[in-house]
Design a binder for this molecule. Structure first.
Ligand code: CS2
Length: 496
């Protein structure tokens, strides 16, 4: 069989080895701009949209991808060579695995090389929705005040240099000014990041960024809606081995391959001011208030990931499934979910929490996706405030258990201290790496030093009930050679 690069020419092949889009892709109009085309967007929203276009010929909802970061260039060039086609490979046991080529992304603009085209697209009346996956840290929200971090260098830059922006807010400002002037019509901005009330957060940050431009601010308030939504699908970093395996199976080269689990969920508040795709036809749930679903997912699944990320790494594991299959770690995680998270969750309509937790634990043990603990731990300075701190703060208010959360934070501190592990240099992949490492190292002498990072922990250091348990946990981790013993001691019961 002849080998080939996945591209438009391949769509015309008479004997494709994978499932191809059957709709007329050249008739697809751009109705959605997506900022931040990472693996998750491609395994989730773009795939749902692909299925919808396939199912009901929804040709007005094609996606234009947008990259704003210099690091996005590599993917942009690879996608461009493939006419923006890529494959999603669901990795599960044979009966649930499947492989499909996604055609919903018709275009891609790389902002740093061509900002003008980004502004133009934002102003285009045919565009009705802008979706975002810009990561938890991408919103530049100050953890202590909950407001836009005006002091962040890129925000400062964009506030002072409106011509050539660097941040999502700078791009939006220029594009929206044009949309307002050209009467491009209302628009929905849909954040798809793992943040509680992600839509509200986006709206608050954007309006604050626009505070010196009253007419635009007013226009945004009247013409843009920001639904909250909960997104879920575990999507590891694609590795060269994944691509090789794909090639070996299908004789097709795809530099933009995405691998993921079969589970997926997307729950959205139905507040689309300018119309929306009928995503409910492909399994998306629309609700009036997504708050309790978001909270459940962030504080159980995402936080659960972080628990395995730090403790699993300290135990020497590389992959999530290895850590999740370790009886000791899974018991600890179960206790964390049952005794520390569950008591602070709100009732979640239509969801059996016990079942949900069981499914999360099962998903973590999936060995086929080879999800990396490294992926989980990266950029934790933006994740912990969203995934674990709400639980700690709620438990402080309620006088509930904190032993496990405190150990997790202490484990993160130790994780940030390590100069090397198994002879390999330990790299903290985090925009705050320097500060994290400095404060972690300082903790050897002053046990509470790590908690002084207010950008992450807010005022947690003032909460004595937490700091006493945390100090104890850190002490134990630093003085013992056996992490497992310390974890075992904290499995305990509800009453601790
Ligand atoms: C993970 C998430 O980044 C993380 O720490 O918890 O990427 C997680 O895999 C997704 O949110 C799953 O929906």
């Amino acid at each position: 069989m002849k080998t080939q690069l996945l591209n438009n020419a391949y769509l015309r092949t008479t004997s494709p080895s994978v499932q191809l889009p059957e709709y007329e892709r050249d008739k697809l109009n751009i109705g959605i701009l997506h900022i931040g085309v990472g693996a998750f967007h491609r395994s989730h929203q773009a795939l749902y949209t692909n299925e919808l276009i396939e199912k009901i010929n929804a040709l007005s909802w094609g996606i234009c991808g947008i990259g704003l970061l210099p690091a996005d260039k590599e993917l942009f060039l690879a996608l461009k060579k493939q006419d923006y086609l890529y494959t999603v490979q669901v990795k599960e046991p044979a009966e649930t695995s499947n492989t499909v080529v996604v055609g919903s992304m018709r275009e891609y603009i790389f902002g740093p090389d061509d900002p003008e085209s980004v502004f133009k697209k934002i102003a285009d009346p045919k565009v009705k929705i802008i979706t975002l996956t810009i990561t938890e840290g991408g919103y530049s929200c100050n953890q202590t005040t909950g407001e836009l971090d005006n002091k962040a260098p890129n925000i400062q830059y964009d506030l002072q240099n409106p011509g050539m922006p660097k941040t999502v807010y700078g791009y939006l400002r220029k594009g929206l000014i044009r949309r307002m002037k050209n009467e491009g019509g209302p628009l929905t901005i849909l954040s798809c990041d793992n943040i509680q009330h992600n839509g509200d957060m986006m709206s608050r940050m954007l309006l604050s960024f626009l505070s010196t431009d009253k007419p635009l601010q007013d226009w945004v308030q009247e013409n843009i809606t920001f639904p909250n939504c909960m997104v879920d699908r575990i999507t590891p970093i694609t590795t060269p081995e994944d691509r090789q395996l794909f090639y070996d199976s299908f004789q097709l080269i795809d530099h933009c391959l995405v691998v993921c689990e079969s589970f997926r969920q997307w729950i959205i508040e139905d507040k689309f001011i300018s119309g929306r795709p009928e995503w409910e036809k492909v399994g998306v749930q629309f609700v009036d208030d997504v708050g309790s679903y978001e909270k459940m997912k962030l504080q159980l699944l995402n936080a659960g990931h972080s628990v395995l990320g730090f403790l699993g790494s300290l135990c020497g594991y590389i992959y999530v499934h290895e850590a999740a299959q370790d009886e000791l770690l899974s018991q600890f995680l179960k206790g964390f979910m049952d005794y520390e998270v569950t008591p602070v969750l709100d009732p979640v309509p239509g969801i059996d929490l016990e079942k949900y937790k069981k499914t999360v634990l099962e998903r973590f043990t999936n060995p086929f996706i080879k999800d990396q603990l490294r992926r989980i731990c990266l950029e934790s300075s933006a994740k912990i405030p969203k995934f674990i701190l709400p639980t700690i703060n709620n438990q402080l208010e309620k006088g509930g258990s904190l032993h496990r959360s405190a150990l997790v934070v202490a484990a993160w501190c130790v994780y940030c201290m390590r100069p090397e592990i198994n002879g390999k240099k330990w790299i903290i992949e985090d925009v705050m790496a320097k500060e994290l490492q400095e404060k972690a190292l300082e903790s050897r002498k002053n046990r509470l030093a790590f908690l002084k990072i207010t950008a992450v922990f807010g005022n947690l250091i003032e909460e004595e009930r937490f700091t006493i348990i945390y100090e104890q946990a850190l002490d134990q981790l630093l003085n013992s050679k056996n992490v497992r013993e310390i974890i075992a001691a904290r499995i305990g019961s509800e009453s601790d």
